[in-house]
Design a protein around this ligand. Structure first.
Ligand code: FAD
Length: 439
């Protein structure tokens, strides 16, 4: 291993979520010298991986990161990034990415769907109560479909995907970006964990490397190209310290809430998350089957009011529908660390309409109408902070030659759907371009 004070590569990649892992794997496989810098560590082999304790250890501020308006952001910091705790859902990029912004990643997305065998779970694994919700929704005229998944039950000795798979997958059915980090390392990439990048080094107007702290000690590293993939919050923070203070002005979040209702029979608590979903393209929101894992339920509902955690003993009898809203660009990630994500009046109005639809679906599925309520706002897709068309060109390059961004911060608008497949598509396309440019 190269000593830390002389690190150099063709390309430095910062962050090992789906954006960073994809670029690293593809470039290393193309024979490029890749340095992958990740501020977290690899928790996959720890006994706490996939437990409630684990989720506290690897999520930023023990999962208690809030915007100034009080919206709770879940931000895992570890090898694999947020895919360590994601629900394993896949969705193709929205049509508008190509139509409005000229970003065509169809080929890269199709390749990924084929390679990872992305498909819905088989009917018997979609969960009886989740399927009841979808049937109720379809009965009301909404066309709910089985959700595409980055999950292969056959890879698991014992498929055990309750809602707790959001804490980290212990049964190995769910793909995470950490697997592509492994592939990158196997192909020769130099992975450094506990490597927090603070700043991009620029010389003669061009990016020449990065600096930060590696295992607590200052370090610098040099390369022909730098790709920031530190996520919707991490990337604008690095750009601020690199002199691009306008990064992070405005953000999207796919703001999320759950609508819960209680039934006498078994609910969806122990069923795989998000097995069915439906998109309302006209109003801009997505609905899906989901509830919070058992121990998180009282914590999250306590934010709503003291009476809600009292229903915790009935966690096994909850039906839940998640709303993901296509929120307007607002607030942002500001120099100094402040994060803001206010909802606009239009966001609130559309969210209200989505809530009414969820209430109708839950009633039709058998939930007691008096028990239906909506949880406080949450954000699991911090994104749109370094947008294509504003701070990035369609090749994901910033105004500084040699400095690229490849993560959720690039989204020009809220996706309001699972993000990972789009990020992988962007990563594959960027890797091809960079590999050609450093030949
Ligand atoms: C609970 C939950 C459920 C979700 N479910 C789904 C789902 O089912 N399907 C889906 O498509 N999406 C889902 N998402 C969203 C998806 O996981 C994220 O949008 C996606 O992982 C973002 O990828 P990224 O590459 O932008 O960044 P991230 O995955 O956030 O990765 C960024 C990486 O950069 C590292 N980093 C940050 N700052 C620095 C720094 N200064 N120096 C070095 N490294 C740094 C971080 O530690 C992290 O590993 C979910 C997210 C959560 C939290």
């Amino acid at each position: 291993m190269t000593p830390a004070d002389t690190l150099s590569a063709d390309t430095i990649i910062v962050g090992s979520g789906p954006g960073g892992a994809t670029v690293a794997r593809e470039m290393a496989r193309a024979g490029q010298k890749v340095l992958l810098l990740e501020r977290g560590i690899d928790h996959r082999a720890s006994s706490y991986y996939g437990t409630y304790l684990g989720a506290l250890i690897y999520a930023d501020r023990m999962s208690l990161l809030f915007t100034q308006e009080g919206l709770n952001i879940v931000r895992p910091l570890m090898v694999g990034g947020a895919t360590s705790m994601y629900c394993g859902c896949a969705a193709p990029p929205p049509d508008w990415l190509k139509q409005r912004y000229g970003v065509d990643i169809d080929l890269e997305v199709s390749e990924t769907i084929e390679e990872l065998e992305i498909a819905p779970l088989p009917p018997e694994l979609r969960g009886a109560a989740s399927t009841r919700i979808a049937e109720a929704a379809n009965g009301l005229g909404y066309d709910w479909q089985p959700q595409l998944k980055f999950m292969k039950p056959a890879r698991s000795k014992k498929f055990d995907c309750g809602a707790k798979c959001m804490l980290g997958c212990r049964c190995h059915a769910k793909w995470s970006a950490a697997e592509w980090v492994d592939d990158a390392v196997e192909a020769g990439a130099d992975l450094r964990t506990r490597a927090r990048v603070d700043r991009v080094l620029v010389e003669g107007g061009r990016a020449i490397g990065v600096e930060g702290y590696l295992e607590g000690k200052p370090f610098t590293a040099h390369a022909k190209n730098v790709v920031l993939a530190a996520g919707g919050i991490g990337t604008p923070r690095i750009l601020h310290r690199s002199g691009l203070e306008h990064a992070g002005r405005g953000m999207t979040m796919d703001v999320t809430v759950m609508v819960y209702g209680f039934v006498k029979e078994r609910g969806i608590g122990n069923e795989p998350p998000m097995t069915w979903s439906w998109e309302n393209q006209e109003l801009g929101y997505m609905l899906s089957t989901l509830i919070d894992p058992w121990l998180l339920y009282p914590i999250i509902t306590a934010l709503k009011g003291p009476r809600y955690p009292l229903y915790w003993p009935r966690w096994n009898n909850i039906l839940g529908v998640m709303i993901k809203l296509k929120d307007a660009i607002s607030g942002g990630v500001f120099p100094g660390g402040r994060i803001s994500k206010p909802l606009t009046e239009d966001d609130k109005m559309r969210q209200k309409q989505a809530e009414e639809t969820c209430r109708a679906i839950l009633r039709k599925a058998g939930a007691d109408p008096d028990t239906i309520f909506m949880t406080p706002l949450r954000g699991t897709h911090p994104s749109g902070t370094v947008r294509i068309g504003e701070m990035l060109n369609t090749d994901l390059q910033t105004e500084i030659p040699g400095l690229y961004v490849c993560d959720a911060s690039t989204f020009p608008e809220a996706l309001a759907r699972p993000t990972v497949l789009t990020i992988i598509g962007l990563g594959k396309r960027l890797a091809k371009q960079l590999a050609a440019s450093v030949d």
